[in-house]
Design a binder for this molecule. Sequence first.
Ligand code: HEM
Ligand SMILES: [Ca+2]
Ligand SMILES: [Mn+2]
Length: 359
Amino acid sequence: EQNFVCTKSISEPSANGVAVPAGRPVKCPDGKHTVHNEACCVLFPVMDDIQELFDNECGEDFHESLRLTFHDAIAFSPKAGGGGADGSVITFSDQELLNSANNGIDDIIEAQKPILANHNISAGDFIQFAGAVGLTNCPGAPRIPFFMGRPPAKAPAPNSLVPEPFDSVDKILARFADAGFSPREVVALLASHSTAASDTIEPGLRGVPFDTTPSEFDSQFFLETLLKGTAFPGTGNTTAGEVKSPIAGEIRIASDEQLARDARTACDWQDFATDQAKMSREFGAAMLKLSLLGQDKRKLIDCSEVIPQAKPLKGDKRAHFPAGLSKKNLQLTCKKPFPTLPSDPSVTSVAPVPAAEDS
Ligand code: HEM
Ligand SMILES: [Ca+2]
Ligand SMILES: [Mn+2]
């Protein structure tokens, strides 16, 4: 029996940005998979169970799981405390779910808990692994590296660390800076809202998408948030941080609208609206950083090779204007020229994201 556990990550970057470990590959006990670090073998059955939850799709359960990676990890502050990507949002869910910023994440915590209980990995690893695996179901998403070995969470996170949609740009940028992110990285992370829908903001409505393509990791979200808002998808809940959106059925939150127009972030926003490849790449880099908040990367094992190749975006990768809208409907504050983008007359509204089935 071979017992090869190398904890150093000796690696070279590959074409897709994910490191390919050097050295001789070993066969996992399942006889099916081959890895460079045998310790990573435990992740394959976890991946199968996660993909069963997701139906191998970029749907509601994945969207919720991506949001969960953020709510666990961002609860990290050198001053205020919080363990970052440590799984505390699951381990101490009784306390952390009392935080109103965590409204709606109870469903995915309940869906993830039984899967986690069947495997011998930490809650912190599980949450970030589910996000990295699920992203590959979304056409256009990056393949992000995954590091394993986060220890169990020690305590629940303090209440004030997860940004809310009615927070000012000042407050949001300060909170992210406290956790180590630049304004451009904040904007890059918000590419996540390209595969997102709201269940809690509009009274009575669920699955209200943030862009017209909630199952694709494209740049529609960045383009559509630059359009002038004209109506609410329902009654409008301005106390919850909702503002008008440009397309029937779509939701927009105030923080996204303001970050798209603020002098500190508008040019980054425009950059990602007009360059999907750049958006995906920079999101991937910021996401890796997010997944390691509060962790010592040198103590973790590089299991990136377990993450499958992400699906490519088909056809024209550029964002398109919905029916009847064009460059003249944009509220541009960045002074750089805005390129010409195609329009799609078939896009007149967006349907809700179907609810997750009870499993
Ligand atoms: C300024 C920072 C952010 C704010 C204020 C914010 C706020 C929100 C809000 C209010 C929702 C809707 C929740 C609901 O009603 O169901 C939401 C959804 C979501 N957020 Fe964020 N968010 C931020 C950053 C992020 C980041 C950095 C990520 C991931 C890296 C993320 C991932 C998601 C996802 C995937 C959803 C959709 C969940 C679903 O479809 O079920 N968000 N966000
Ligand atoms: Ca999208
Ligand atoms: Mn949802």
